[in-house]
Design a binder for this molecule. Structure first.
Ligand code: UDP
Ligand code: MG
Length: 317
């Protein structure tokens, strides 16, 4: 147990206000885990500077000089939370046996780390941190965030409800994760795809203790849209269904108009002309849906996700 090296990966974008407090709290947490022989003393906290425009990177370098347990990498420019996280995870896995990702503002309760490690030592390869309550979130944040998880589920994307990017992953999961080459990242949807034994740990999400959220509404909406379009072809299917339903209805209306005409009741040419526009329009929508199906298939192929991952092979024992 005690020879397992843990890396805690933390993306940071303009976080000069929080980084020293975060360092203080994580230092005591990691020291305690090392002292209790739960993790190796080679364990580290790895800050990922995501092209910050303030003093974040200078502070990280200072901390790295003073504190043995802290290290860092810096991206050449701002690439966004998800990319920064991947950079950190894939770098950390070269040194670590197990990696935990979390935010710089410690909104995620660091005491959940103990329980996460517990589950890891009991054979779990992925442990999801799940928010048990959102008491501290504003009504708007809670409403939009939970609505987002529900919408994702409706769209057929397999994600863990109320789980963000506070997560433990083992080295072998990260080795498999490296084979997912897509650039439109939605990490919380990707890890469930990888499989392996996983579990959840519940914690209460606190308020950001300093600084502002780096996820304003616009970024959040973009992220949600990315999540849906990266994982689901349901929007395309909706177009196809709409086209089929519209075609059926307009053809039915045509038949009705025809019967009425045959029966000798007056049907204006105008009605027939409108009806023919409807028939043509709905056939076009349906065709778009069919074309979309192929586009969706091409999209899935270009991602080149692994077709399967073998978790155990008895031949190698
Ligand atoms: N972050 C980042 N790059 C960005 C935006 C955010 O690395 O372009 C980091 C940020 O420093 C923080 C984490 O992503 O550690 C989550 O951001 P934040 O706490 O602002 O989001 P919220 O908790 O409000 O959703
Ligand atoms: Mg936050």
């Amino acid at each position: 147990m005690k020879n397992n090296i843990l890396y805690v990966v933390i993306p940071c974008y303009n976080e000069e206000e929080v980084i020293s407090e975060t360092t203080k709290r994580l230092k005591s947490k990691l020291s305690e885990l090392i002292k209790n022989n739960i993790i190796s003393k080679k364990s580290r906290v790895m800050y990922v500077n995501d092209g910050s425009k303030d003093k974040t990177w200078d502070l990280i370098k200072e901390i790295n000089k003073k504190e043995e347990l802290f290290t860092g990498i810096s991206l050449s420019r701002n690439r966004g939370h998800q990319n920064a996280l991947v950079a950190g995870l894939l770098t950390a896995k070269e040194y670590a046996d197990v990696v935990i990702s979390m935010d710089a503002d410690l909104q995620d309760d660091i005491n959940a780390i103990d329980e996460m490690l517990d589950k890891y030592f009991n054979g779990c390869d992925i442990v999801y941190g799940v928010r048990s309550a959102r008491k501290k979130d504003t009504f708007f944040k809670k409403f939009t965030a939970e609505g987002f998880y529900k919408l994702m589920a409706k769209m057929g994307v397999e994600i863990v409800f109320n789980h963000a990017d506070y997560r433990l992953t083992s080295k072998r999961v990260l080795n498999e994760f490296e084979n997912y080459k897509e650039v439109n990242l939605f990490l919380r949807g990707m890890f469930p795809l990888i499989g392996f034994k996983s579990d959840k740990v519940y914690y209460e999400r606190a308020e950001r203790f300093a600084g502002e959220s780096k996820y304003p509404l616009k970024k959040m909406l973009n992220f949600a849209w990315d999540g849906i379009t990266s994982f689901s072809v349901k929007p395309i299917r909706l177009i196809l269904s709409l086209g089929i339903v519209a075609t059926i209805i307009s053809i039915l209306v045509f038949i009705i108009l025809l019967i009425i005409k045959i029966c000798g009741v007056g049907v204006t040419n105008f009605a027939l002309a409108i009806n023919s526009i409807w028939i043509l329009g709905s056939i076009i929508i349906m065709s778009l849906g069919v074309v979309g199906e192929y586009v969706g298939k091409i999209y899935n192929e270009t991602k080149q996700r692994p077709r399967y991952i073998i978790s155990e092979n008895l031949n190698n024992k």
